[in-house]
Design a protein around this ligand. Structure first.
Ligand code: UGA
Length: 443
């Protein structure tokens, strides 16, 4: 089928690649000429396991093309995805200016029936706004071409995006049009073989499903972080509690890992956006406000441990920091806990020697060159001359370090672990002091 994707970001590029992989003919449009030129040269703008070979092979096979020419791309696609960004506005609500700009462009250039599909995470009611925008621009241009607007939210996880897209656990189609449903079922048939993953519903329910999913997951995390803080105060071990509750299938083991807070481009933004949307319809979303507040506090947890350990005096301390990305297998630093920590450490006059398997360039891009940040080539190198070790991200490569080397290199022989990678009893055997989330200090 002939498909057009607006926005060659995370969601758009992965979506385009998997659709091309099963044989669809995909034209990708972006306003960023450099990005388009780079993609044509095989330079992929994001780090995502498995994406480069997928994109490259489909580009070489001619099933993906990149362009800034929206008019020709709109002519091409009978199905047009909108996968542009919806950054948070000043008040935390999702800014729809890019989505609506694409809607205008589609309206100006369409000359046959189009199915416009919202892939971006957008507030409930956005499909109606897209529809209204297309009608408005058509009217202004004296046009009357039929179209439909469908909500088809994306549920991919960074770091597992290709797999999530190739093997989705659900495909939500928000439409009441039989024609659109039939076309989208045909589009997604290759991903819907073993059992029916397609769930069809009205547009607003589909839009809310996306927010509800992310907010539910964020709620699980904040809830668990709250329990971890209580565990510490009660003298319990949150890791035992986690296993204890996870064994109940109604709760489950997934997404109940306590840590130094959730980050990324989705959870913080989506929780805030749903809170703002709720306010817009006169509702105070108290659970979600608490989810956000708990996460905000949790991102300061490692800093609080450090202040406690060093009697509120971090001036001149050198901190070895492992993990900068908001989670493993990505170079994404958006809303990463490491940033909150580093910025608070710098305020106190501490120095950071950091390492991340993928996010070094991104850290450099964000913070530039500064005397209190040294980006090191290996995790071992961060420890040279450091007073303590802090872990912010649970990369696989951090899970079995040489504890003897840590003990002999780190001056104060102490680890602050924001992801509970190690057993406190093992740390004691190595003679290391150890702070774990919901576990406090063990010596
Ligand atoms: C999230 C959702 O998981 C996807 O389903 C969704 O499609 C995506 O947002 C989106 O809206 O586009 P992602 O932001 O890539 O995906 O990241 P997650 O893997 O969900 O992790 C989010 C954060 O939660 C990370 O900082 C992670 O460290 C933290 N987390 C996760 C915990 O602190 N504890 C857990 O038990 C699980």
């Amino acid at each position: 089928m002939k498909v057009t994707v607006f926005g060659i970001g995370y969601v758009g590029l992965v979506q385009a690649a998997v659709l091309a992989e099963v044989g669809h003919d995909v034209h990708c449009v972006d306003v960023d000429q450099t990005k388009v030129d780079n993609l044509k040269k095989g330079m992929i703008p994001i780090y995502e396991p498995g994406l480069t070979p997928l994109v490259t092979s489909n580009f070489e096979a001619g099933r993906i093309t990149y362009t800034t020419d929206a008019a020709s791309a709109i002519k091409h696609g009978e199905l047009i995805f909108i996968a542009v960004g919806t950054p948070p506005d000043e008040d935390g609500s999702a800014d729809l200016k890019y989505v609506l700009a694409v809607a205008s462009t589609i309206a100006e250039n369409m000359d046959s029936h189009k199915i416009v599909i919202n892939k971006s995470t957008v507030p409930v009611g956005t499909a109606d706004k897209v529809r209204a925008k297309i009608l408005e621009v058509q009217t202004a241009n004296d046009k009357d071409v039929s179209f439909d607007v469908v909500s088809n939210p994306e549920f991919l996880k960074e770091g597992a995006a290709v797999n999530d897209c190739l093997k989705p656990d659900r495909i939500i189609l928000g439409t009441t049009s039989d024609v659109s449903e039939k076309k989208l079922r045909e589009l997604y048939a290759p991903f819907n073989r073993n059992h029916d993953k397609i769930i069809v519903m009205d547009v607003r329910s589909a839009e809310l499903t996306k927010y509800a999913a992310n907010c539910m997951l964020a709620t699980k995390i904040s809830f668990m972080n709250e329990i971890s803080n209580l565990a510490e105060l009660f003298g319990a071990d949150v890791e035992n509690v986690r296993k204890g509750i996870g064994s109940d299938p109604r709760i489950g083991y997934q997404f109940i890992y306590p840590g130094c807070g959730y980050g990324g481009s989705c959870f913080p933004k989506d929780v805030q956006a749903l809170v703002r949307s709720a306010t817009g319809v006169g509702y105070n979303a108290k659970v979600l406000e608490a989810v956000e507040a708990v996460n905000y506090r949790q991102k300061e947890k490692l800093f609080d441990y450090l202040m406690q350990h060093y009697n509120n005096d971090l001036k001149g301390k050198t901190i070895a920091l492992w993990g900068l990305s908001f989670k493993p297998n990505t170079d994404d630093m958006r809303e990463a806990s490491s940033r909150v920590l580093m910025e608070k450490l710098w305020e106190q006059g501490a120095n950071v020697q950091a390492y991340d398997p993928e996010a070094m360039e991104e850290t450099q891009r964000i913070y530039g060159t500064r005397s209190d940040l040294s980006l090191m080539g290996t995790k071992e190198a961060t420890m040279n001359g450091a007073d303590c070790l802090v872990i912010c991200t649970e990369w696989q490569a951090f899970k079995a370090p040489d504890f003897d080397a840590i003990k002999s290199t780190i001056k104060d022989q102490v680890i602050f672990d924001g992801r509970n990678l190690f057993e406190p009893s093992l740390m004691s055997e190595y003679g290391l002091q150890y702070y774990g989330i919901g576990r406090g200090l063990s010596v």
